[in-house]
Write a protein that binds this ligand. Structure first.
Ligand SMILES: Nc1ncnc2c1ncn2[C@@H]1O[C@H](COP(=O)(O)OP(=O)(O)OP(=O)(O)O)[C@@H](O)[C@H]1O
Ligand SMILES: [Mg+2]
Length: 256
């Protein structure tokens, strides 16, 4: 059962969109769990559910040891969400100020998931846009990590940093962690800057033995707005938009 985290320290680069759209593409054939670890709670939002109205979240699972099965929300056939909301923003403070009760702060997620994971074919983890205690738990539990990359003027520098940080984390905390690959997001192929940065990125990945997916996720502001209105990920709508195809293509590459 693959456990795939979508992680990077950048905000707004489609972590949540990739997580939820991959779930939408997988659920026809597979039973999928999405773990939301971000206090913004955007996974539930993507399925039209208000995260502030849920009673139990990942926070209660990690901090109070409640059974994760009790917190699950079924959002579509074959897709369950272990939700997060603003409570998650207290996690770091609560855990790091009480090391007696939380002796192994990076392994809390892994420990809590043991009873639940066998129910699913895929576990996808959405993560917050920073590298703190939450991300540490995500990267300790996942077996592979997908890194979204938005090509901009200075973005190669930060991509290299985050890839190195993940590599170091792997060596210290989770030897089984595999960098599944880099996926370019919010790409406008007509922009020269974008194609130049993408080329740089492909070269860097090739030289460093890191996979970069052929599929890129195009920028489509209009479509993103229309999907927000649908209250479900684009891959669960019957849209023929190239953006939807891109997510199916990405999944195909991941499954190769
Ligand atoms: N293909 C697209 N083109 C343009 N905008 C998009 C596209 N897909 C999603 N968006 C919009 O971009 C914004 C950021 O996307 P998303 O929430 O997936 O990023 P994120 O990396 O999870 O952000 P955060 O770091 O805040 O969690 C959202 O408002 C979303 O609706
Ligand atoms: Mg997000």
């Amino acid at each position: 059962m693959p456990i795939i985290a979508v992680s990077t320290n950048k905000g707004g680069v489609l972590k949540t969109s990739i997580t939820t759209n991959l779930a939408g593409a997988l659920c026809e054939k597979h039973k999928v769990l999405i773990i939301d670890t971000d206090n913004q709670g955007n996974v539930l939002v993507s399925f039209g559910v208000n995260p502030d109205n849920v009673e139990l979240t990942l926070y209660d699972v990690l901090v109070d040891g409640i059974d994760p099965a009790k917190a699950l929300i079924n959002v579509h056939s074959n897709i369950d969400v272990l939700p997060a909301n603003d409570d998650m923003s207290f996690l770091e403070f609560d855990v790091l100020s009480d090391r007696e009760n939380y002796p192994d702060p990076f392994r809390m997620l892994e420990k809590s998931m043991q009873t639940l994971e066998s129910r699913y074919d895929y576990i996808l983890i959405d993560s917050p846009p920073n590298l703190g205690l939450v991300q540490g738990n995500v990267l300790s539990y996942a077996d592979s990590v997908l890194v979204p990359f938005q090509p901009e003027g200075y973005s190669m520098r930060s991509l290299i940093k985050i890839l190195n940080a993940i590599q170091n984390f792997k060596e210290k905390h989770n030897p089984k962690l595999n960098i599944l690959g880099v996926v370019a997001t919010l790409v406008d192929q007509r922009t020269t800057l974008h194609s130049e940065v993408l080329q740089q990125c492909r070269r860097y990945c090739l030289e460093n033995d890191i996979r970069m997916f052929e599929t890129v996720i195009p920028r489509s502001v209009r479509f993103a707005a229309s999907v927000a209105y649908e209250r479900k990920p684009a891959t669960l709508t019957d849209s023929k938009n190239p953006l939807v195809q891109a997510y199916f293509d990405l999944l195909k590459e991941i499954e190769e």
